[in-house]
Structures are given as C-alpha cells and as structure tokens.
Design a protein around this ligand. Structure first.
Ligand code: NAD
Length: 469
C-alpha cells in the first residue's frame, strides 16, 4: 500500500458534488497528490447525491479509501485520505447548500453524470422538460431537486454572507462542460432571482475541464484486492486532467500533481472525444456484434486492433494540432490502455446512449475531414456498425440490448426500413441533432454510409474490416 500522509489538521477548501467511483479515482487522487507536493488546506467535503450509504461508509473510516490501480503487471494500492467530511444530499439539501457559504470553501467540483445537469447541452441552458428542473423553477422556495437549484441556493447564501465568488468546475464528460454548467446556473438564477444571476456572472467562474481515467464500477474483486475496504475503487494507472485557467479565487496546486492548466481546453477535449471516445464507440459496437464482452477482448483480436488504430489515425487527421503534443504517442498510449488485461470495461456499457454520443465522437470529425477534402470512410464505417447494431442481434443471433433515450424511435426507423439500407440511413439522420443534420446534407455521406451498411449485412463485419474499410 502506497501512503503519502497529509497533515492531520487539514481543513476543507473544496466541496464536491457526486461521490461516485470517478471522483474518488480522479479528482480525489489528484488533490491528495497536490497537497502532498505543495500543501494547502484543500481537504474535500464530498456529497453523495443519491446514496446515503456511501457517505456513511466513508464517514465511518474518516473518509479514507483504497484506490487500486490495475496495471497489466499487477495491482498497486494507494491510500487516499483527502476526503475529510461526507454529506448525503437526500433530505439534507439546505445543509449542503450552506457549505457553499463557508469562507474556507473556494472551489466546487462536480461529477453527477451527463444526465445530472438537467441541461439542453447544445443550447447551454436548462431542459425545462426535466422533472427536477421543472420542480425547482416552479417552487424555488422548496428544497431543490436539480443541480442548478442546489447551486443557486448555495450561491445565494454565499452572496448574502458578503463573501467572494466560487470556482465551480464540472468534471463530467460533456463537451464544453464549464459553459454548460454556467448556462444552467445562470438560467435558473435568471428565472428565480435576477440580482443573484448578476452576482454569479460577476463573481463566479466555471472553468472547462477535460478529465480522463478509465474507472469501471467497483466489483467484489476490487474489494478483495483492497483487503475488504468497502469504499475501495479500482482504476487504470493512466490519468489526465486539463483545466481551463479561469479561477475565481485560490485553488489547489493541481499542476504539482500533473494536471495541465491551459488557456483553452477545447483542443484537448476534441482530441479525447474523437480519438478515445470515438474509437471506444466503434470498438464497443463492433465487439458486441462479434460477441466479445470487454474492451480488452476486442483489442486482443488482431483484426479489430488494426481497425481501431486505423480509425484513430483517420480521426486524428480531423484535429487542429496542439503545440508540443504528439498525437501518435497519444494514440499508442490509448491502444495500450484499451488492451490492459486487468481492466474489465464492458462493450455494452460503452454502447449505451449512442444517439447522444455519436455526434461529437463520429459526426463532428467526419464533417471536419470533409471540410479538408480528406476521406471520412472510417467515420462512415463506424457509424454503419452502430446502425447494424440497432438491429439487435449479434453474429450468432444473440439479442443485443439497445439502451438509449431514443431507443423506441431508433427501433421503429430500423423496422420500417427493413432491408433498405438507404432508407435506414435517411430515416435515422433527422433524429440525431444539428451536427448530424449538417453531415447528412454533405455530398457523399449518406451514400458512403449506405454502402458500408450493405457490405456489413452482405459480407459480415470481419470481411469488411479486413478490407480496411
Ligand atoms: P458512478 O455511477 O459511480 O457515480 C455517479 C454519480 O452521479 C453518483 O454520485 C450519483 O449519485 C450521481 N448522479 C447520477 N445521476 C444523477 C442525477 N440525476 N442528479 C444528480 N446526481 C446524479 O459513476 P462514475 O464512474 O463516478 O462516473 C460519473 C461521471 O464521471 C460520468 O458520467 C462521466 O461524466 C464522468 N467520467 C467517468 C469516467 C469513468 O471512467 N468512470 C471517466 C471520465 C469521466
């Protein structure tokens, strides 16, 4: 067990919302290392948004937990002691919000999953059809149920106490996550308390951040490796955090732990979405169709490993160069991470919610490639593999589940199109948002997609990939 002790009297300077596996494997690990390297009262108060049991388990062990890093050559355990208090949100929103009015708290970090924002992501404002959002806008005097309602309650108390603003940082996998967070908070405040909205806009910041560390759900094996620690989490050795340099006040020296603080996160985020997440989606649908359970199984298949690299190389040609950054080294590191035999990342977990993920992962790079007169065949093949997956059967005829907010409509379009690949291509486009709308209007895209789908249906996935499509 690796231990880097932190000062016993460490005070808290960060409030974290969303005490899931990823927070413990990423921000908690970075912050622990930052304090060990550089000091500062940056202990974390972590809020369990839904599961009071997790807050209680951690409280019983003074916030300590074991982080098991699963390297190919064997597991390494680290003791993380940076979490100093835990809260459970259910029934406790007023007390949690009041923590934002403590002068010692300067930063709020957030991992509540993509759905937890109640956002219309493209428009960067609240999705008024979300029940928690609708409740909070209609009854602002009641306990908040939405993220924006909770944050605005806390920020109102902070303003009333005459304190400085806060840095509020989303660490979820949303494109432009800081802008989305700012958008929903100002939308809520603008509706319920315009003076508060003006104070937030003038005093608080919402840096964008790109986060990366593959962290599967904890299993019985994780707990056994951690000697029975019920709060243990397992993750891969790699970690990355790129943070926009936009802080409202003091913050931990995360750079001392290896985080990059940059003026513009977008090039890093685009690179990650297109190379890591884009390849993940492609290999997840292909793996599921081939009856392979985990990412590591897909990467152990030489034909698939070659196809994944080919897709990454093609997607890399759609990126703006990042000074001092070597895309080929990044791609090689991704291939090694995906192949890690100690990480059990399910293809079907990655395959969920494709309609929400493919626009930024496959359609946006296809558009940029077309704009540069470069071929977008690899993005078309990957999209066709998803369309093939929608039929709901793998190569052996086993059922594949479609977990997607648009599942009903996707199944209906697939059924209506029948054997007509062109009809499926045409029917699915309008369901997939504005990026798809632009791409579907692009000469050659629909034909390329239909051709790839016909080949997948007639010849099968392996022959199509073997031809290097
Ligand atoms: P998890 O299931 O362990 O934790 C999810 C957390 O979100 C829990 O605290 C839960 O209470 C909260 N939550 C869920 N729905 C919510 C809602 N509607 N409102 C408020 N809170 C809600 O998952 P995780 O592995 O911790 O991943 C969380 C997020 O972190 C992901 O959705 C993603 O955006 C980001 N992320 C995860 C990984 C990873 O590999 N696990 C990698 C990069 C980024």
């Amino acid at each position: 067990m690796i231990r880097s002790p932190l000062p016993a009297g460490l005070k808290t300077g960060i409030l974290h919302l969303g005490l899931g596996a990823f927070h413990r494997a990423h921000q908690a690990d970075y912050t622990h290392d930052a304090i060990a390297a550089s000091g500062g009262d940056w202990g974390i108060e972590a809020v369990s948004m839904r599961d009071p049991a997790l807050a209680e388990v951690l409280a019983r062990q003074d916030g300590r937990f074991t982080l098991v890093e699963r390297a190919p050559e064997g597991p390494v355990s680290k003791e993380i002691t940076v979490i100093r208090h835990t809260h459970a949100l259910p029934g406790n929103a007023a007390a949690v919000a009041a923590r934002m009015a403590d002068p010692a708290i300067h930063v709020v970090t957030i991992t509540v999953t993509e759905k937890g924002y109640g956002a219309d992501v493209g428009a960067r404002r609240l999705n008024r059809a979300d029940p928690a959002v609708a409740h909070d806008l209609a009854a602002p005097e009641e306990a908040p149920r939405s993220l924006a309602g909770l944050l605005c309650l806390g920020l109102g108390l902070r303003r009333a106490a005459g304190l400085d603003g806060l840095t509020l940082m989303s660490c979820d996998n949303l494109p432009d996550n800081g802008h989305v967070l700012r958008g929903i908070v100002l939308d809520h405040a603008g509706h319920t308390d315009p003076a508060l909205s003006a104070w937030i806009a003038g005093h608080c910041t919402f840096p964008c951040s790109m986060v990366d560390r593959i962290t599967p759900a904890t299993t019985a094996e994780t707990l056994a490796l951690a000697g029975g620690d019920p709060a243990a989490v397992e993750t891969e050795p790699f970690r990355q955090w790129v943070i926009e340099d936009a802080f409202a006040g003091p913050h931990p020296d995360w750079a001392a732990a290896g985080a990059l603080i940059v003026a513009d996160v977008r090039p890093f985020e685009t690179m990650k979405l297109r190379l890591l997440n884009g390849a993940h989606s492609f290999l997840a649908y292909a793996g599921a169709l081939l009856g392979l359970e985990f990412v590591r199984d897909v990467m152990a298949d030489p034909l698939m490993a070659r196809a994944v690299r080919r897709h990454m190389d093609s997607a890399a040609a759609s990126l703006e160069p990042i000074p001092g950054f070597d895309p080929q080294a990044y791609i090689q590191a991704l291939l090694d991470r995906f192949a890690n035999p100690a990480i059990a990342h399910r293809c079907l977990q990655i395959a969920m919610d494709g309609s929400q993920k493919l626009p930024q992962r496959l359609f946006a790079p296809a558009l940029d490639l077309a704009a540069r007169d470069l071929p977008f065949d690899s993005c078309a093949t990957a999209t066709a593999v998803w369309l093939h997956f929608l039929a709901g059967r793998d190569a052996e005829g086993r059922t594949l589940p479609l977990v997607d907010p648009l599942a009903d409509r996707l199944i209906e379009v697939t059924r209506l199109a029948g054997d007509d690949a062109g009809a499926l291509v045409q029917g699915v486009g309008p369901l997939l948002g504005s990026v798809a709308e632009t791409l579907w209007a692009r000469p050659g895209w629909q034909a390329s997609l239909a051709r790839a789908l016909v080949a997948l249906r007639q010849d099968g996935l392996r022959p199509v990939l073997a031809r290097g499509a």
